[in-house]
Each structure stands twice: as C-alpha cells, then as structure tokens.
Ligand binder design. Sequence first.
Ligand code: UTP
Length: 297
Amino acid sequence: MTAARKVRKAVIPAAGLGTRFLPATKAVPKEMLPIVDVPTIQLVIDEAVRAGITDVVVINGRHKGAIEDHFDHAYELEHTLRERGNTKLADAMSAISTMVRLISVRQKQPLGLGHAVLCAREAIGDEAFAILLGDDLIDNDNDPGIAQLARVYEATGAGAIAIVEVPPGKEHMYGIVAGERDATGHMRIREMVEKPKPGTSPSRWAIVGRYVVPPTIWGYLAATKPGAGGEIQLTDALREVSRSPEGLYGVVVEGTRHDAGDRLGYLRANLAYAMKTDLRKDVIELCREVLATADKP
Ligand code: UTP
C-alpha cells in the first residue's frame, strides 16, 4: 500500500426522507433510530473509526440538529450524571463526542444519494474516501466491513464496493452488478443496473451500502443527470468509475449484514444486536414466549 492511498475520510449521507419509517422519522432522521440503545449512525461511525477513518462528513437534511447534537458534548447531562455518581455512563457519553472529527453539511433538498455525496466534495477534497449508509449494518467485531474495502483500494487503486448475493426474484429491489473474478479474487465490475426489471438482471450480486471510491468520482457525480424520480443516482457515477482506467471491484464482505432500512430488517438487527448484550438470555426467553402465543387467536 502507498501512503497516498490511505483512506482517512468518509461520507455518511443522512438526508433522506425516511418514508418507510414514518411517522418515527417525521422529526428524527432514520439514522438516529436505535439498534437496542445505540443510534444506527453511531454503530456506522464506530465501524469507520475502527477502520482507521479520522474524518466523517455527515450529510444532513431537515433534521439537521439531531445528529450534530448526538456527537457533541452534552455538558448538562454529563454533569448531572456525575453528580449522581454515574461516572461510567457520563464517561461513555463524553466518549461519543470525541470518537471522530465530524463535519456536518446540509443537503437542502433530497435530490438523491448521488447528490448527497456530491455535497461533501469540498469537505473531502481530492482524495479517495469511504461512503457508508446508515441503512446497512455490517456486523464484524474483528474486521470492519469498510476496512475490507479500504484494503482493496489501497492495494489496487481501484474503487471497491460491498456486494451480497440476493435470493432469486429479489434482484429488482437492488442495484445489481456483474463481472468476472480476477487474480485479486474479487469481481471486476463490467455492468451495473439500478433495480433491474424482473427477469432482466445480469446477476444476483447486489450492492450494499459500503463503498470506497477514488476522487475521480467527483467529476462523474457532477456530470450525472437526474435519473429515475428526478434523483441523482450514485450508481450512475459508480458505473463511470467501473469504466475508467482505475476500475471498480465488487467485494464480498465478511460479516453479518442487516438491512436496517426496512421494518423487518430493522427488527432483525435489533434482535441480533440484543443477543450480543446482557439481554441475551431474556431475548431468547422473549422469543420463546412470542412463538408460544403466535398461533393463539
Ligand atoms: P434511502 O432511499 O434508503 O433513504 O437512501 P430514504 O430515501 O431516506 O428512505 P425511504 O426509502 O424514503 O424510506 C439511502 C441513504 O441515502 C440517504 C438516506 O438518508 C439514506 O441513508 N439519502 C438519500 C440522502 O442523504 N439524500 C437523498 O437525497 C437521498
């Protein structure tokens, strides 16, 4: 790896409307919904920090304050907790505000994921960077998902995006990629289609919300015209990266992936993360209880 290729910065777009979680997302961004007791975006930032990322640009929408406040000091709260002798919790709250250098940028209108990322251009500058979506969680305590992609970029200079194989018939719900594996063991992407019509998908490999992209993506994003729904799609700019000399790899990331962007996936993520806490025994008991009564009228 060359030092110049070290991935140090990340963008987390959090300015979507979150329509699938209304009314919960009426006054709170989807990224602040908790997985057990930790906001999704904190889990995502923790993944980035564990991968060596030092600067995070959060793209905020209409609920600007909530995320900024969460990663700022809460002096009154910390003071009260300390006064009450709850030093451990006070320290934990204080640690959240120092976990990363956070820059907040406003996307004035939700014009799409590609547009949201483009809003970070000035803050990121001319270097490769990571993109992490709060919708997708990749649970891996030892080797963070985004670190696995950063290593591919750092070794090859090509962009790298996380892919998973989805069940037959589900392709139309995802951005789909196709290509062939090369000597690196990863897929050199040749084709990208956003939500292909049923029966037309070139593969079952779907893009999930983790990317590491070279700075050339800025030019492609700036040139991208609004597509479906008037939105500027990230997939269109990624397709240009895949056709450029650097190219783009699809990487099967190790870890348990949760699609926390839909209700069932969100519930599943909550149960899976709860099983990793002191709640484990009680969660198993609770599931048994629910199953035992599920068939009763
Ligand atoms: P989604 O399509 O999953 O988010 O975008 P959404 O639009 O908020 O959700 P639904 O479909 O209405 O329920 C993926 C990510 O991109 C961000 C979202 O916040 C989410 O994390 N996003 C999307 C933006 O920041 N700006 C946009 O204009 C669109």
